[in-house]
Design a protein around this ligand. Sequence first.
Ligand SMILES: Cc1cc2nc3c(=O)[nH]c(=O)nc-3n(C[C@H](O)[C@H](O)[C@H](O)COP(=O)(O)O)c2cc1C
Length: 220
Amino acid sequence: MDMKQAIKERHSVRQFEDRPIDEDTYIKLQQVIAKCNMESGLHIQLICDEPECFRTILSHYGQFRNANNYIALIGKRSQRHLKELCGYYGEKIVLEAQKMGLRTCWVGGTYSRRKCIANVRRTDKLVCVIAIGYGANDGVKHKSKPVSALCNLPTSQMPTWFKNGMVAAMMAPTAVNQQQFYVKYKDGQVSIKSRGAFMSKVDLGIVKYHFEAVTGRRVL
Ligand SMILES: Cc1cc2nc3c(=O)[nH]c(=O)nc-3n(C[C@H](O)[C@H](O)[C@H](O)COP(=O)(O)O)c2cc1C
């Protein structure tokens, strides 16, 4: 499965099958995470067979079921753009996991920080987590703002690669589906800015990853 397909098929899944991640998949996932940590300097960790993190009233409202595994997005407090980096590398892992047949849900609010058993050093910050496992369903496509509200180019003036990038950006998960980002095209260069809402720095990293993964172009 290529990246475009993984992006199209990824939706938040909050109900999982009650079975552990198989050994081969677990190893592959750990390799992806190790590579992301090496590239970014982050301290991302996969925690398996540990349901406590999602045993909270909020998680219950969020309808999590059999959420027994999660990825903890952690990095040094002093790291520049920590939240954006967690979004960028977290989504890279999410899409690789999608290709492996796993399903995911980013979780910034409806989990227990206290019950998260990842190793968070004194100088580290736990930014958020991603629930991961075999989906009891494949999730559903989210509603999206119109493309005109999300970028500065009218559809008629978009180069094909930019259009592809925008489609991928619009499919990106954002906290409470807020899509508080804006893509600018100027002199052949793309930049994406967040509009500063809840978790929007994490969202920004996620959206940048989608745009870059599909277009192969560096986004500022
Ligand atoms: C940074 C971030 C934080 C999120 N936090 C939560 C959360 O606390 N609880 C939850 O149920 N979903 C959470 N979500 C999932 C979003 O609600 C979901 O991604 C959005 O509605 C779009 O739907 P989709 O992922 O199916 O495309 C979060 C998503 C992101 C990107």
